[in-house]
Design a protein around this ligand. Structure first.
Ligand code: ADP
Ligand code: MG
Length: 322
């Protein structure tokens, strides 16, 4: 057999190594996408083969879900339900039915601190409008009477009715969580290695890569963290009144409303972070604990082994509850 010149073989090996490295790098180069949906900024980072196609699929999925769950759009399925369910039961998609059914369960689990029938009070306070008006006590009381998850009637065959003409649903505290879980499924069913999904504070770290996630300091600038946690294949959801609100006559009013008294929740907490595998559950529980307070975090983590909390109270004390 003819001997190959050693110099040529070394050159060949180097060329092959470089080509291999370039190929792997090309496939592993993370792709990013930033867009606005669900009333928030969405940042998706996906790594692996077909990352761009997977990102496009995620984006389409978000817009599809927005059409189902967006209460601000008169064309959404939830708006149709809100308009008609008090007259007679409405047949809805299995997805909307499932989300509402599980939301009722979250209400039961959280002593009613989380309640999707909060919409009349959310509209009354209208925190996001920028009008900055504090409603009268009598208006708050009148709208508080309209809030009760017991007025949601779940029938077989995906039909939902309302037992009161005043019942209206707002999915703002849980829809982003559900959407995050759906995106996570898309990634897991693709050939991608890992992904970092951030739907305005609803984070999911997907794949076998470990991520460091910073938890926003409620009193700091955006991007200032009071803790950094390492997570893998986990959702991390942070919520708190500091995110949206207005100040009036020296008092701060925010967008998370207590179904107990009709006012922006004031349970002594500044922010609530929840870790778990269901982003939807984390989303619901972060809102609920913010409304109800620290004791509920202890109760929920004792019942759900998969869930843990990091809470920050008004005095700046952080505590982990497992
Ligand atoms: P964010 O959407 O800012 O991440 P949350 O997940 O806590 O924060 O959701 C807050 C939104 O949920 C509000 O803007 C409102 O639409 C709705 N909401 C407010 N209070 C409650 C409540 N007690 N239970 C369920 N939904 C609520
Ligand atoms: Mg929430």
């Amino acid at each position: 057999m003819k001997k190959i010149n050693p110099v040529i073989s070394i050159i060949l090996i180097i060329i092959l190594a470089i080509a291999g490295y370039m190929f792997l790098r090309r496939n592993d180069e993370p792709k990013k996408s930033t867009f606005f949906a669900f009333d928030t900024i969405i940042n998706l980072t996906v790594a692996g083969e077909d990352a761009q196609a997977v990102l496009d699929e995620c984006e389409r999925e978000i817009y599809r879900l927005d059409k189902l769950f967006n209460v601000h759009s008169p064309q959404s399925e939830i708006s149709f339900l809100n308009e008609n369910a008090a007259q007679s039961p409405v047949k809805v998609s299995q997805e909307l039915y499932g989300l509402i059914k599980r939301s009722v369960e979250y209400s039961k689990d959280t002593h009613g601190a989380f309640d999707i029938t909060i919409k009349p009070l959310v509209d009354l306070w209208d925190v996001k409008s920028g009008k900055n008006i504090v409603p009268s006590q009598s208006d708050i009381e009148a709208n508080l009477k309209k809030v009760s998850y017991n007025d949601i009637l779940l029938y077989p065959e995906w039909e939902i009715g309302f037992s009161s003409a005043d019942t209206k649903i707002d999915l703002g505290a849980v829809a982003k969580g559900y959407a995050t879980d759906r995106l996570c499924e898309i990634i897991k069913n693709s050939s991608c290695h890992w992904a970092l999904l951030d739907l305005g504070g609803n984070i999911y770290c997907v794949g076998d890569r470990e991520f460091s996630i910073g938890i926003q300091d409620p009193k700091g600038e955006r991007g200032e963290y009071f803790r950094v946690i390492k997570v893998k294949n986990t959702s991390v959801v942070t919520g708190g009144g500091y995110e949206r609100g207005f100040e009036k006559d020296g008092r701060y009013y925010h967008h998370i409303i207590s179904p107990y008294d009709g006012y922006p929740a004031d349970s002594g907490l500044e922010s609530v972070t929840v870790k778990g595998t269901s982003s939807e559950m984390c989303d619901a529980f972060s809102t609920a604990v913010f409304v109800h307070g620290k004791d509920l975090a202890k109760e929920l983590s004792a019942k759900n082994k998969d869930i843990s909390f990091i809470i920050m109270d008004k005095n700046g004390n952080a505590e982990e509850i497992k």
